[in-house]
Design a binder for this molecule. Structure first.
Ligand code: UGA
Length: 345
């Protein structure tokens, strides 16, 4: 099987690449703006890479869609800070560029696995968010945080309709706060625009307090990237066509914590970490911040986000097993590695 991964150097793309190359005989064609997370595979004859931009590489992309069996368009901005500060960039990349790829899949009759998002459920009040029954609840237009949620939601609906009307073979998968090594770059964290775990790791490394937005009460369920890739691989394998035309949440409802609890856990890991002790770096601390100041006035939060994973369990026997402390340790170690490699440059 030939798999096309656009955004192969991203968090999901790079972990998926590791797994495909180690567990299968499949071939990967990958494209990204950067290559640092996949360079170890450059000698592998089953891996080929184009250094390219999704918005200027249409010809190459269409050719690869035609030539491959399955397409994963993983290129997207997925950090809430940018939804607020540059919503048009999010729309342009996450919606407009990805729509082109969807249309190539329709034209060339190729299977697409599209990364929808937990964000589509928005501020839904359900105890657990269900793929087929939960309502999508977003805020008013001035709250630009929802540009990501609604861009993804519309693409979900477009793909679903192409499936119904034009026979597009698809699966929508919804990551729920996947966490692990290589989540976001330190460059993003330095600018204060990365997701929670990387942001906290960077703040600890640079001796800054962890910012608890609006009291740190928001609740998320964190899923270890290795568990998440187990789920994604079963969708990719698609034995018996069981993933076709379906939507799957992929998350870990056992690992639900408030932001404050995540901060406490990370500080606990950091305070006894050999790297901190050897360098005599400060212990972790927290500070309260107001969301309007931290993110900007277009920010609105999801107070509680818990996935129902019963469809993944029933169809694929999916069972995430990694505890949050282990995931955070792995993530922190990878951030420290990145930090040290930057120091050497
Ligand atoms: C994320 C992103 O939208 C996407 O990456 C993705 O689609 C989705 O969730 C997911 O991974 O399921 P969110 O969980 O809100 O959204 O993003 P984080 O930046 O990780 O924030 C989590 C919570 O921590 C929010 O309540 C935020 O306000 C808070 N936060 C974040 C802090 O209190 N301090 C910080 O320094 C950063």
């Amino acid at each position: 099987m030939k798999v096309l991964i656009l955004g192969v150097n991203g968090f999901i793309g790079s972990h998926l690449t590791d797994r495909i190359l180690s567990e299968t005989t499949w071939e990967i064609r990958g494209m990204d703006l950067a290559k640092n997370k996949v360079t170890e595979h450059f000698d592998n004859p089953r891996f080929s890479f184009l250094h390219g931009d999704i918005s200027t590489s249409s010809e190459w992309i269409e050719y690869q869609v035609h030539d491959c069996n399955v397409v994963l368009p993983l290129v997207a901005i997925a950090t809430p800070k940018v939804y607020v500060t540059d919503p048009l960039k999010v729309f342009g990349l996450d919606f407009e560029e990805n729509l082109k790829v969807v249309k190539y899949c329709v034209k060339h009759h190729k299977r697409i696995l599209f990364p929808s998002t937990s964000e589509v459920y928005g501020m839904c009040n359900d105890e657990e968010f269900d793929e087929e029954t939960s309502q999508f609840v977003t805020g008013p237009v001035p709250m630009t945080r929802w540009i990501y949620s609604t861009s993804k939601q519309l693409l979900d609906r477009v793909i679903w309709s192409y499936g119904q009307q034009r026979g597009l073979k698809f699966t929508l998968f919804r990551p729920f706060n996947w966490v692990g090594p290589r989540l976001d770059s330190l460059k993003a964290a330095k600018e204060g625009s990365s997701r929670l775990a990387t942001q906290f790791a960077w703040n600890l490394l640079s001796g800054k307090p962890l910012n608890l937005v609006d009291g740190g009460n928001a609740l998320r369920c964190y899923c270890d990237i290795d568990d998440a890739i187990d789920g994604l691989m079963s969708i990719l394998r698609n034995e018996g066509g069981k993933a076709d035309g379906k939507i799957f949440n992929i998350g870990n409802p056992q690992n639900c914590l408030s932001v404050r609890e995540i901060a406490e856990l990370m500080i606990g890991i950091w305070d006894v970490h050999p790297f901190r002790l050897e360098r005599g770096l400060p212990q972790g601390s927290v500070v309260d911040v107001v969301s309007g100041e931290y993110y900007g006035s277009g920010y609105q939060d999801v107070a509680r986000r818990v996935p129902s994973i019963k469809r993944m369990q029933e169809v694929f026997g999916f069972q995430p097993k990694t505890g949050i402390t282990e995931s955070l340790k792995k993530m922190l170690d990878s951030v420290i590695d990145e930090f040290m490699s930057l120091e050497k440059m």
